[in-house]
Ligand binder design. Structure first.
Ligand SMILES: NC(=O)c1ccc[n+]([C@@H]2O[C@H](COP(=O)([O-])OP(=O)(O)OC[C@H]3O[C@@H](n4cnc5c(N)ncnc54)[C@H](OP(=O)(O)O)[C@@H]3O)[C@@H](O)[C@H]2O)c1
Length: 202
């Protein structure tokens, strides 16, 4: 597939590298392509461009930007470029405020997820929450003693969830499909949970 990755941070780079590894074509969208010089040096098959160019290029988009910037990034990508496409949403709604005793603060509350907000604004996009609940070092073909790990996903479009399950198969994950977008209210806070040991005990 042609994959547009929106985001030049560690998650954008890890996912983009993973998609290339599995034979997909990739364009990473960013406001500042210069930030990706080292990545393109290491991944000569990878392309970079604006968010708008990456969304136009893509059959499927992966959203990997700061949660606060997610709606702006999708606006820059262009609703018309994204309409009808799957957007894998790896973002978390982490607030700018510092954690409390190792617990991250969110700018959403428990009865509304970030993905539902995005789904409401971009009604023609098929959002699927995935990858947000694991650290970037585990996103692509992780090896655990206990065997294949499980990725929780959700989103309103069943066929889109199936497509993302196929991608997660390639990326070495077993998928647990939690159904419609509201399930993101439970999947997004898994980020709070897995970050606690790191924030408390490094
Ligand atoms: N780090 C992890 O291990 C991990 C794991 C799971 C999920 N996540 C989630 O994945 C997302 C990306 O995380 P990250 O650690 O890679 O990096 P990040 O620092 O959260 O995000 C970097 C990206 O956010 C964009 N961005 C930041 N401020 C912006 C603004 N004001 N307007 C537009 N874009 C802005 C940047 O865009 P430009 O490229 O245009 O500069 C860059 O692409 C986050 O939502 C995070 O919660 C992270």
């Amino acid at each position: 597939m042609k994959i547009g990755v929106l985001g030049s941070g560690i998650v954008g780079k890890v996912l983009a590298t993973g998609f290339l590894k599995h034979g997909h074509e990739v364009m990473v969208g960013t406001r500042t392509p210069d930030k990706l010089k080292e990545w393109t040096g290491q991944n000569p098959r990878g392309r970079t461009g604006s968010s708008d160019a990456a969304a136009q290029f893509a059959d499927l988009v992966a959203l990997a930007v700061n949660g606060n910037a997610s709606a702006d990034t999708l606006r820059a990508a262009g609703g018309a470029n994204l309409a009808g496409k799957i957007v894998i949403d790896a973002t978390n709604p982490i607030a700018d405020a510092p954690p409390v005793n190792g617990v991250l603060r969110f700018f959403t509350d428990i009865n509304e997820s970030l993905m539902e907000r995005l789904q409401r604004e971009f009604a023609e996009v098929k959002f699927v929450k995935a990858f947000n609940s694991v650290g970037n070092m585990f996103m692509v073909n992780p090896q655990f003693k206990g065997g294949k790990p499980t990725m929780f996903i959700c989103g309103n479009d069943e066929a889109a969830r199936k497509t993302v399950t196929g991608i997660l198969d390639q990326f070495g994950w077993e998928t647990s499909d939690m159904g419609k977008a509201e399930a993101a209210r439970a999947i997004e806070p898994l980020c709070m949970l897995w970050c606690i040991p790191g924030l408390l005990r490094n």
